[in-house]
Design a protein around this ligand. Sequence first.
Ligand code: CIR
Length: 265
Amino acid sequence: MNKGRSFRFTHAVLRAPADSCIDGISTQSGPPLDVERFREQHGAYCEALKAAGVRTEVLPPLESYPDSVFVEDAALCFDGRAVVLRPGAPSRAGEAAEIAPHLESLMPDHVSFIDRGHVDGGDILLADDDAFIGLSARTNGDGVEALRPALESSGYTVRVARTPDGVLHFKSDCALLDERTIFATPALAAAGWFGQGYEIIETPAGESAAANLIRVNDHVILRDGFPRTRELLESRGYRVIVVDVGEAARLDGGLSCISLRFSLD
Ligand code: CIR
C-alpha cells in the first residue's frame, strides 16, 4: 500500500544559503566557503529537483542560523505530515521553530513536534516499511523515542542503528535507491543494520562520499566527482542527474540535507 512513498515526491522545501554560512559548523580544512558559488550550486540543485518532477519552494536565508541551508535536519516529512525535530547541535536548535510555520502552511494541522531528546533528520533513512535511525553525536535515544509514535502510526517499523564513528549523519553513509535497495558505504553495509529484506549496493572503491545521494521519483541525484558510482547506477538502470555541491561539502553537507522532500498527493 505504501509502495514508493520513500522516493515519490511532489514537493521540496529548501532554504537559501545565508551570508553567515561561512560560519557554519565544519570539520573540513582548506579554503573558506565561497557563498556566491554556494548560491549558484544551490540553484542548480533546485533545478535538478525540478527536473525530477518536484515543485520547489526556496525559503529566505536566515542569517542567525549559519547551517539553516541544511533544512533536512530540522524536520521529517512523510505521508503528508511533518514532524519538527530537535537538531542536536546547539547552534542549530532554533532552526526547528523557523521551519515549522512553513510546514504548517503546506500541511495544515499535520505538523507535530518532538518534545525531548535530539534528532537530526540526516540520521533518518526512510524506506517504505522501515525507518532506520542512526544514533550519533546529533541523535540520541530520547529523541528516537519521542519520534517513534509518529512513525509507527504511519506504519513504519523503527529500526535503531548506529551512525559509524567519525561520520556526521547516518545518511552521510547511505541512501535509498528504491523500496528494497540501499546504497551504502562498505563500512555501514558491514554493520548489518539493514537486515535481510534489502539488497545493499556498496559504494565503489574511493567513492564512499557518493553514498549520500537522493532518489527522487524516476531519477537519482548524485554528487559530482564520482564516475564509478554513476557508471554503476546507470548499469543498474537508474537515471542519474549529477550536481556539484562542493561548497555544501565544505560545511560537511551532502545532497540529502539541502532539501526536505515530500508528497502532498
Ligand atoms: C552541521 O554540521 O550540522 C552542518 N554543517 C552540516 C549538516 C549536514 N546535514 C546532513 O548531512 N544531514
